[in-house]
Design a protein around this ligand. Sequence first.
Ligand code: GLU
Length: 470
Amino acid sequence: MPKKDSSALESVNLMVDHACSFLNMPPGLIEQIKTTNSVYQVSFPISFEDGFHVFTGFCAVHSEHRTPSKGGIRFSETVTLEEIEALASLMTFKCSLVNVPFGGSKAGLKINPKNYLTPQVERITRRFAKELIKRGFINPSQNVPAPDMGTSAREMAWIADVYRSQNPHDVNGLGCVTGKPVSQSGIPGREESTGRGVQYGLREFFRHKQDLKTAGIKGSLGGKKVIIQGLGKVGYHAAKFLQEEDDVKVVGILEHNSAIYSDKGFPIEKVKQYLSENKTLEGFPKSETVKNRETLLEQPCDILIPAAMGGQITSKNASKIKARIIAEAANAPTTFEADAYLKKKGTIIIPDIYLNAGGVVVSYFEWIKNISHISFGRMERRLDEKRGEDIVKAIEKATNVKISKDLKRELIYGADELDLVRSGLDDTMRVTYQQIRERFHSSKDMADLRTSCYALSLEKIHKTYMEMGV
Ligand code: GLU
């Protein structure tokens, strides 16, 4: 194993190079695809009672072969321009892979929001938004941010408000950010979307016997042992849905300050409540505290779900990981070196650019809703219900049998917006995985799912460039 792991940006570029070595791309184009189109760094002061605080933020637009560019805004003390570039480039490949017609971008503000009161976070967010809007880095047709680590629907509502007050004549102004509260022209299901996507992606993986065989795993998703890192938005929803709806056993949970293990499995909703009340997992009833918390990733399980910071699976711990499947809910959780090692060992990695794409897929639905100014299903819902009712009546008349109340309700039900969002996301995750696995199984070169993902994604970007002319 090498002594030093590649950074997130180096890792993405190495993964791209690796996939490109199997593709027939015109010389030079790959450089264009890898290069970040533009970066912006800004510092601004805000005055609080104890004096001025200076904040630094970044924005990277990695690609504009499709517009707008899309990616989250991260609030984190450790954020750097290089990290933002890496995350922006992941957005390019993610959007292309799941057929979301956006380029890739990312923004970040160096701040620990927990150190500030809500009205202070609001002032800081509004000021950062102003700086980005002023230079065209937030705009419904150019670059559309969304929540990421340290941000949520609340920040998106503030940003949308700033954009609309600076651009009152832009009829599509609400499409300048996604992940807004539903009452502020957001879309139901956006908050759960990345975790939902992880669930849908894993379900699809488990539908393919051949892939389970490759992973050395038997049976269905139900009963599988899962260890999850991070109970934030993504980890919480993924773990909750997998536990409550697919019957997986979440045996280990790792947070930034604590880790717990239980062979019996955890009730996620209760753990989440305990964590928000106690700020630690330690002491959760009927659980074992893992002293050296990072070693939880190395405990026996079927599926390991990193759903927190990047760079968690490195050359230092890769050889100790026992999970047969690593389901990358986080962005860039595995370094290039760890990835190469695990690939050789036969561990199946379901890669980030596929598995955590649920967020941007539903962001796409929200953006469409915003620029079309109508909710999904508003025109056809009652018509669908009426049609269902007529069919039920016709069946009853023809068969002379009364259909039960429950079945009737199911047959008549017209989908609401949340049903449509979930259905669109499920379809995207299923179809994309089928394309990835087909690529993986049909070519000897495609030694792993990540290479297949990058290959598929790069080919689509290549085609776009060729057709539009560089
Ligand atoms: N922050 C999310 C991601 O990394 C979502 C981005 C978006 O919806 O634009 O994929």
